[in-house]
Every structure is written in structure tokens, then in C-alpha cells.
Design a protein around this ligand. Structure first.
Ligand code: URA
Length: 245
């Protein structure tokens, strides 16, 4: 019994070594996960803490990994998961807080009033199409009554946002509003203070700006707020070498 345990341990170490060596390009024999399984040896995959998502190689794969998600309480009231949409090769990704009522109904991000304004910014302001960029949220299910997503909900969903960003690897992330800003940086992130300045997330340059819904809620300051957003968008365009067509 003791010998079998020792053999398993040695083989486990050996497998790790071989896997590390694979990356160096050395042509060494490879012990498959299946053959280790027959010996009841734990692999890294087996030892992943439960609840931690596996890595996907494409957005389609990631979407199917998420499945009919019940990882947090937001699943109870949602109608549709709003995964995100746009180009997997987008140079620019917009990240906002979470779906609203219209988005929950349609299963697509930014399709309501705020979405119309965002679409205008992308099309009329930047000279791009929605299909050329990528639009997604920190949480993929609508928080009831459009409340802010809670810490545990963000914690359950943010690994998927990270995977989206890792798959796309955009040149710029545009954060829309305080809630997304807090989720991607620090708790005391204030949109009025941080917007218009370059930040970084996962080594990707980040430009925060006002959430389109904030502009729509503050009609008396509409001109001023739109002017600020345009300044921020111009910085993104400059970084991407874009000029309006
Ligand atoms: N507001 C958001 O934060 N996200 C959406 O997808 C739509 C509105």
C-alpha cells in the first residue's frame, strides 16, 4: 500500500515536470491525464477549487462554460443571461455594470435607452459599428430593480469578464460608470474623479467615462456631461489611431 502511494507521488511530480518541459519544446514522453486517472493521481485540473471556472479558448466556448448559470443569486430573477456581444478581435471593449430590463428581456447588452446613446457614441462619435467593438458587463444577469450588483455577485461573475478580456485582448477598455470602475479597480473609485485619466486592468489601458444612463438621468447637465464623455472618447480614439470617417 505504502509503495503504491509513493509511486503515485513520484508519478505526480514527474507529470508536473513533463508538463513544464513541454513548454520548453523538449520532446519528452507525456503521461496523459487519463493514465493518471487510472492510478487515481490528482492533476491540477482536479485540484481546482470548486466554483472556479475553467479556461475557455474562445468566446463561444466561454459562453457554453457559463451554461445556465446558477453561481449567484441573480439567476433567480433573470430572464436571460447577457453574455456580451461584438467582435472577438475588437480593439476596444466597453465594460459596464450589468444588464437592465431591456437587456434582460433581449439577452443583449445596451439595447435600451442608454444603449441607444452608447450606439450613437460608437457610430456617430467614433465612426465605428457596434460589431467592430465588444460590449459587455461585469455581471451577466440583471440585478433586481436595477440595483447595484453586490460583492458576492461580482465575485462570482468577474472571472468570466476576465476570460472575455483575455480572449479578446483589446488595446483599450472603456469603463462605463462608477460600478464597473469599482469592480475593476478600487472600492473608492469615483467616476467624477477618475474619468478622463488612463488606468490599467490586466495590463490593458483603461479609460473610464460616464455611464450613458447617468447622462440621461441628468438632463440639466446633458451638454456638460456629453462634452466630458466626448473628451474621454477622443483620448481613446487617439490611442487607437482613429479619426472619425
Ligand atoms: N446598463 C448597463 O450597465 N449595461 C447594459 O448592458 C445596459 C444598460
Amino acid at each position: 500500500m505504502k509503495e503504491k502511494k509513493e509511486i503515485k507521488e513520484v508519478l505526480g511530480h514527474l507529470r508536473k515536470l513533463l508538463m513544464a518541459n513541454q513548454e520548453t519544446g523538449l520532446d519528452l514522453p507525456f503521461i496523459s491525464a487519463d493514465s493518471l486517472k487510472s492510478l487515481d493521481i490528482k492533476t491540477d485540473r482536479d485540484s481546482k477549487p470548486s466554483g472556479q471556472p475553467e479556461n475557455a479558448e474562445s468566446l463561444e466556448q466561454l459562453r457554453s462554460l457559463i451554461g445556465d448559470c446558477r453561481r449567484c443569486k441573480l439567476h433567480k430573477d433573470r430572464n436571460n443571461i447577457v453574455f456580451g456581444e461584438g467582435s472577438a478581435r475588437a480593439r476596444l471593449v466597453f465594460v459596464s455594470e450589468g444588464p437592465g430590463q431591456d437587456e434582460d428581456r433581449e439577452g443583449r447588452p445596451f439595447v435600451g435607452k442608454a444603449g441607444k446613446l452608447l450606439t450613437k457614441i460608437i457610430q456617430n462619435g467614433m465612426g465605428l459599428t457596434r460589431e467592430e467593438v465588444y460590449i459587455c458587463n461585469v455581471v451577466k444577469c440583471r440585478p433586481p430593480g436595477n440595483r447595484d450588483p453586490e460583492k458576492d455577485e461580482i465575485g462570482a461573475c468577474i472571472p468570466f469578464l476576465k476570460q472575455q478580456l483575455n480572449i479578446i485582448r483589446p488595446e483599450v477598455i472603456c469603463i462605463l460608470g462608477r460600478v464597473a470602475g469599482q469592480a475593476l479597480s478600487k472600492k473608492d473609485f469615483r467616476i467624477t474623479r477618475e474619468r478622463g485619466m488612463w488606468h490599467s486592468y490586466m495590463d490593458i489601458p483603461v479609460m473610464p467615462t460616464y455611464h450613458p444612463a447617468y447622462i440621461l438621468r441628468n438632463r440639466s447637465r446633458e451638454r456638460e456631461l456629453k462634452g466630458d464623455v466626448w473628451e474621454d472618447i477622443k483620448k481613446i480614439m487617439k490611442r487607437l489611431g482613429l479619426s472619425k470617417k
